[in-house]
Every structure is written in C-alpha cells, then in structure tokens.
Design a protein around this ligand. Structure first.
Ligand code: 1JT
Length: 256
C-alpha cells in the first residue's frame, strides 16, 4: 500500500510525552509520509516535545497555549510566513481540575466547569478558526473524545459534560467548514494509561474492567487510535465528517 499521507502536512496539538495519544497519532502520520508540525503547552513540556519532534523528524515544533488567542494567532502567522499549507489538524487536548474528577458532579464549581469547557471544547473552535484559512486544499480536523460524553462514567464528571459539548462542536464545525472541503470528526478512544489518566485514581481497575467486558477482551492500543486518525486524515476518509468513531475494542456497544 502506498503511504497514505504523502505530500500532506499535519498540525498536531497535545503531545505531552511519548505516552500521549497525540504522540501515537504523530508516529502513525509520520509512518504514512506526513510532514509534521507539533505544538506543546508551556516551558515544562518544551524539552520533551522538542526531543520527540527530533525522533519524529518534525518540520516544526512550537509552543501553543490554546487558552490564549494570541498564541494561536502567532502560530497561524508563523505557518503563513513559512508558506505551510495544512491538510490535517489533530486536537488532542483536555483539562479539568483534579477535584472536579473526584468530588460528586453536583459539587462542580462554576470556575472548574468553565475551565474544562475552555481548554477541552472552546480550544477546538479556536484551533479550527485559526487553521481553516491555512487548509486551502480542504483537509481534516480530528479531536479526541471519550465515552463519558454519552454515558455516566464514575468520576469522569465535568469532563463528560465537556466531551458531550466537544462532540456537538464537531458537528457544528463540520457543518460550517464542509463547504470548504474541511472535514471534522472525533475519535472516541477507550481508556489508555496516559499522563492524564494517571491523575485518575483507580485507573488500573477501570482498565481491567474494560478489558474483561469489551468484545475484543482487551484494552485500546494507542497505535489503533493513530491508525484511525490516519484513515480520517487520508483520502480514504473523504466521505466521513461530523462523525464520532469509537476505537475502544467495542466496549461502547455493551449494555451489560
Ligand atoms: C482528562 C483527564 C481528560 C483524563 C482523561 C481525559 N479523557 C480521558 N481521560 C482518561 C479517563 C479519566 C477518567 C475516567 C476514564 C478515563 C484528566 C485530566 C483532565 C483531562 O473515568 C472512568 C476519570
């Protein structure tokens, strides 16, 4: 099979370390011949992501805090002046305060709710607005979701509400950007032991529970998320937009 992303440039936001789903996606994109532009958040991530960028042979590694409009503006200006056309964007970013993933959902503060919505949902809208003018040949925008958007998952709480809004944002963005040949989708991944997941207590119990009940009787491999992101960004995905694709060993289908 020829490389699926040959001649395409992908902007990937949300690599924190090599366990990040965004890293598995970047790795798969690279394998398929894509040119990569990577972003990281804040000085703490700089060294790690620059090193991963070297491993992945990235064309560009830049800071970008998605809570700041001016950082997105600056990134867009850099890409414009480097005459980089974007064909794919991967948004793999979410945040919530730790107490909002442990206390009862009823106790969620206004500020914690808005923070989760800002970083986990509005950032997709802001990124899409920044990237769309650079996607002059059309393209694909992909974000990451989780089953907690549709079902009550203990402790997922404020993130579940944020993922529900994120999936709705995918549909509205797809409707807006479709006429320009830009597709917008989400991958709803099964739980994976990333840095974010490590913040969750009893995460190993969740992984075991899923592996026992999922149709494939195992957990999700980050490489499977990477390969689905390749499909969506490639010409093979040309008819798919406004969709949520589950890459979760089938767990979402189970009632009992
Ligand atoms: C965030 C965190 C977003 C963890 C996340 C996330 N999306 C998925 N996970 C993993 C997860 C978390 C819980 C869960 C199942 C999977 C933590 C930092 C904020 C953003 O509950 C069963 C709680």
């Amino acid at each position: 099979m020829p490389a699926l992303l040959e001649g395409k440039t992908a902007l990937i936001l949300g690599i924190a370390n090599k366990w990040s789903l965004a890293y598995a996606i970047a790795d798969a994109f690279r394998r398929e011949g894509a040119r990569l532009v990577l972003t990281y958040q804040g000085a703490r991530q700089k060294e790690t992501v620059e090193e991963l960028g070297r491993e992945l042979d990235a064309a560009l590694v830049r800071p970008c805090d998605v809570s700041l409009d001016e950082e997105l503006e600056r990134l867009a200006a850099e890409l414009r002046s480097a005459r980089i056309r974007l064909d794919a964007v991967v948004h793999s970013i979410a945040f919530a305060q730790r107490e909002d993933l442990t206390r009862p959902f009823t106790e969620t503060s206004r500020q914690g709710f808005l923070l989760a919505q800002d970083i986990s949902v509005y950032s997709l809208v802001a990124v899409a607005r920044m990237a769309a003018p650079l996607m002059t040949e059309g393209g694909s925008i992909t974000t990451l979701s989780y089953l907690g958007a549709n079902r009550v998952i203990p402790n997922y709480n404020v993130m579940g509400v944020a993922k529900a809004a994120l999936e709705a944002a995918v549909r509205y963005l797809a409707s807006d950007l479709g006429p320009r040949g830009i597709r917008v989708n989400a991958i709803s991944a099964g739980p994976v032991k990333t840095a974010s997941a490590r913040a969750v207590k009893d995460f190993s119990t969740i992984l075991d529970f899923v592996a026992q009940r999922a149709p494939l009787r195992r957990n999700t491999d980050p490489a499977e998320v990477g390969d689905t992101a390749v499909f969506l960004a490639s010409d093979l995905g040309r008819g798919v937009t406004a969709n949520v694709i589950y890459v979760d060993a089938g767990f979402q289908a189970m009632g009992l």
